[in-house]
Unconditional design. Structure first.
Ligand SMILES: Cc1cc2nc3c(=O)[nH]c(=O)nc-3n(C[C@H](O)[C@H](O)[C@H](O)COP(=O)(O)OP(=O)(O)OC[C@H]3O[C@@H](n4cnc5c(N)ncnc54)[C@H](O)[C@@H]3O)c2cc1C
Length: 821
């Protein structure tokens, strides 16, 4: 024992120091002290001396900077420069754009939770609240989604006017330019509420407030451009669209073949220097009704009129609708979701240089401008649209599952339906927390490149999952389209959100981890930058500092992973006690796991990692679920840790943790370098995978919450349009829930009496008469049952149509024309 003691002490010191990330000097001091203590306590002196030599051999070369730099860092720098993956300009822009917020902590292996919890809770100003309760509430009541999608194939002229007059298109435009100047959070709340009524409505409002002329002008426009366009965009005199995508350039947007040539041309009667453009764009939202087109194209200057550089790169311009050579106005028809969308063609369209966004200064900067702005718009429009749709589906599915009865029971009482309800509740809770957190990041001044990709991907995926479960729960009621159907159009529209603003498969497999690993990692980007420095002294010095920071970091993550795996996250730092304490500890563990596996992958696969999309997709899933779980914890704390939300939070949190372990184990089982995979498995899962899907008990509680009015249910539904009115069947069914629940005991009593009396063959009215006559129910209870029947019928009834009502109006017109001819 006295022989082993010094070695054991040294091992414990290494583990302790690595776990807490103490410096090398501290390691040397603690290690030395531990060995002295061993000697004093009678350990074998030979063994103590041997351990001390080993300690000195580890520490001294590393502590003496010239030795370390010359014999360790310099060869590693040479090797690193060789394996450093070559970055395309597009990738460089993507990596440099945006800021790093709390997601950086999640990549650290040791998140500082206090940073998260000290972020202010997002709040609305009185003016923003009034806008939500006033114009937003009003326009929600004005829109009949069935008529919008089936009859008009557009919002009505009254709705368009209302949106413009009330400056819905100017939410992001500051007041000084006549806009509403709303916070990102208020903006997201508006979109969320509109989305709970109609995807056409939320897309129509979302696009002018997202990546497009308004946002680009705000950030890069010249003074003249801002003064002229922003007030006109704010009040809807100008309707904008933005054209990037074309037939051959979809996900690979930088490959656009559209081009402009710098030349002289006619503009408003004068001969001026400008750009002659040829382009073909498709899928452009609002294009058919746009008055001003933001356009991305590649600019060439063959006659060196601006500079000697011939290919100037991607550039952005504003093209007025009526300019000669542009063809615009026909429509695409995106899955019955009839927001205006269509192609744009340009043949030798000439515009002066003053129409380039930002003027000559921003020539060739287009891709950077788009990527920077995307991180803001992508944080808001689709996450809030998806969370609005998910919240609405959650409350109506709960209400419907209680009201709809089969086999003598509310269908929500069957465990199969309960499972689907619980998934809906969990997804709605998670997606609203996620959407809120990215909007709040924008309000803190961040440009959340990685979180916006996470929010875009996961909110849209969760909304699609919710739409699927809600459709299943509603059965035929969800399938039959018509004014009474509040789900069908959302179900149809789900793939649209999946596709736009970076199609989801690519976002998951390339962007989340690809950007996240380099942007959020505390050392990787710094190392890459250091390795590319021109000055050799600075290069070695800075690379040295980052490299050893990185090695310590990797070592620490290995130790932390193993310790927290062995102890099943029962210990460790957490900012709270009680129900959430263990949640933070689990996330500490997965954060260390992510950092460890990511580091190993980057080290062993280098540039090849870019093509290992299954691996990077899975690691992206780990980062995403860590981010989602953190957003939920933050939401829970912000809302005062309501006890009635605990089951829902626990359900959604368990889902995240289960998905994290599934993704980690998938990454390791398929890791291409097997010996590394075995070692990583030991460190990450020393006792195997332990996380389970949420239990049936939790699922039962989450589902039950959706089926009865409560604070928790109100909080989940907060911000969606539930006013019961003619245009809002979802609001009506939700409002019916309270009365239905109140009538349930009477209904049960009546049903029992009926069964005993064996008079089921009578009509309902006759049964009630009999019930009152026989004293089974009072006349007040009779009224209650009549009302219950009415509400139930309103909830379960579906629409039917005359054949002619289902034929598109234009087809009918064509038929009339044929007959007349
Ligand atoms: C309704 C609608 C509205 C739109 N509005 C606008 C608009 O206003 N302005 C505008 O400019 N554009 C707009 N778009 C275009 C939209 O951004 C593109 O559709 C999107 O970028 C995807 O391009 P694509 O449809 O050509 O698909 P493709 O690029 O052909 O992709 C097909 C599939 O391949 C996957 N994929 C592609 N590359 C990779 C990769 N490297 N790794 C993994 N998977 C990959 C994608 O994820 C996708 O699943 C809109 C599209 C739609 C449908």
């Amino acid at each position: 024992m006295s022989i082993l003691a010094p070695w054991l002490a040294l091992l414990l010191v290494i583990a302790f120091v690595s776990y807490h990330r103490f410096s090398l000097a501290v390691f040397a001091a603690i290690g030395g002290s531990a060995l002295v203590a061993c000697a004093l306590l009678g350990a074998s002196s030979a063994s103590v001396i041997a351990a001390a030599v080993v300690l000195a051999l580890i520490v001294l070369p590393l502590l003496i900077t010239p030795i370390r730099q010359r014999f360790i860092t310099a060869p590693l720098l040479g090797f690193y420069s060789k394996i450093l993956p070559p970055l395309s300009d597009t990738e460089k822009v993507a990596l440099e754009a945006g800021t790093v917020g709390f997601e950086g902590e999640l990549f650290s292996g040791k998140p500082d939770w206090k940073t998260l919890l000290s972020q202010p809770k997002p709040e609305l100003t009185a003016e923003e609240k009034a806008f939500l309760d006033g114009p937003v509430e009003t326009v929600c009541g004005m829109v009949n989604d069935w008529e919008t999608t089936h009859v008009h194939a557009d919002l009505t002229p009254e709705v368009w006017d209302y949106l413009k007059v009330n400056k819905f298109f100017g939410m992001i435009i500051p007041k000084e330019y006549g806009g509403l100047g709303f916070s990102a959070y208020a903006h997201s709340r508006v979109i969320m509420k509109l989305a709970s009524v109609s995807a056409t409505l939320s897309s129509t409002v979302g696009v002018p407030n997202s990546l497009g002329p308004g946002e680009l002008l705000l950030h890069y426009g010249t003074k003249e451009q801002k003064d002229y366009y922003l007030p006109r965009l704010a009040d809807g005199r100008e309707v904008p669209c933005f054209g990037l995508t074309g037939p051959t350039a979809g996900s690979d947007a930088t490959s656009i073949p559209d081009f402009g040539i710098v030349c002289k041309g006619e503009w408003e009667g004068a001969n001026v220097l400008g750009v002659r453009l040829n382009f073909e764009k498709r899928y452009i939202t609002l294009a058919p009704v746009a008055s001003i087109v933001g356009l991305a194209f590649r600019l060439y200057d063959p006659d060196a009129l601006l500079s000697d550089q011939k290919d100037r790169g991607i550039t952005l311009a504003l093209i007025p609708r009526n300019v000669k050579g542009m063809s615009i106005g026909r429509r695409h028809f995106p899955l019955n979701c009839v927001f205006q969308n269509g192609p744009i063609y340009g043949k030798d369209v000439f515009v002066p240089l003053s129409q380039l966004i930002g003027g000559e200064d921003y020539v060739g900067q287009g891709w950077r401008m788009l990527v920077e702005c995307l991180s803001i718009g992508r944080s808001i429009t689709l996450p809030s649209t998806s969370s609005g749709a998910a919240k609405l589906a959650a409350v109506v599915s709960g209400a419907y599952a209680r009201i709809r009865k089969q086999f003598g029971l509310s269908i929500g009482r069957f465990e199969g339906v309960e499972e689907a309800l619980a998934r809906i509740a969990g997804n709605a809770y998670a997606s609203s927390a996620l959407s809120q957190s990215t909007a709040a990041a924008v309000d803190r001044g961040e440009k959340p490149a990685v979180p916006s990709a996470i929010a875009k991907y996961h909110c849209t995926e969760m909304a699609r999952e919710v739409a699927k479960d809600a459709m299943d729960i509603h059965g035929g009621k969800g399938v039959i389209l018509g004014p009474r159907n509040y789900l069908g159009r959302g179900w149809q529209a789900a793939p649209i959100s999946i596709t736009v603003e970076g199609a989801n498969i690519m976002t998951r497999s390339l962007m989340i981890f690809g950007q996240g690993a380099i942007r959020c990692h505390p050392w990787v980007l710094k190392e890459m930058q250091a390795a590319q420095l021109a000055d050799p002294v600075q290069r070695l010095k800075q690379f040295d500092a980052n490299l050893f920071g990185h090695i310590g970091f990797a070592f620490s993550n290995a130790v932390r992973s193993l310790f927290m795996g062995l102890t099943n996250s029962r210990f460790g730092a957490a900012p709270t006690s009680g129900v959430t304490q263990r949640c933070y500890r689990k996330l500490n563990r997965y954060s260390a796991n992510l950092a460890l596996v990511a580091d190993t992958s980057m080290l062993l696969l280098g540039g090849k990692l870019k093509f290992k999309e299954s691996l990077s997709g899975r690691l992206g899933d780990v980062l995403s679920q860590l981010y989602i779980a953190s957003a939920m914890l933050k939401r829970f704390e912000d809302e005062g840790r309501p006890a009635s939300d605990e089951a829902l939070m626990a359900y959604a949190f368990n889902e995240c943790v289960f998905k994290i372990e599934r993704a980690l184990s998938g990454a390791l089982r398929n890791f291409p370098i097997r010996p590394a995979a075995y070692l990583l498995w030991l460190l990450v899962f020393p006792f195997g995978r332990r996380a389970q899907e949420p239990s049936d008990r939790l699922a039962h509680r989450a589902a039950a919450m959706l089926m009865s009015p409560s604070d928790a249910r109100d909080r989940l539904a907060d911000g969606v349009f539930l006013t019961p009115c003619a245009n809002n069947p979802a609001g009506r069914i939700n409002a019916a829930l309270v009365k239905v629940i109140l009538a349930e005991p009477v209904e049960r009593k009546f049903q029992k009496a009926l069964k005993n009396a064996d008079i089921e063959a009578l009509s309902f009215a006759e049964q009630l008469d009999e019930g009152v006559r026989e004293g089974w129910i009072s006349s007040d209870e009779r009224k209650q049952l009549e009302e219950l029947r009415e509400l139930t019928w309103d909830a379960i009834t579906v629409d039917d149509f005359d054949h002619s009502e289902l034929i598109a109006a234009s087809a009918l017109k064509g038929k009339a024309f044929d007959q007349a001819a």
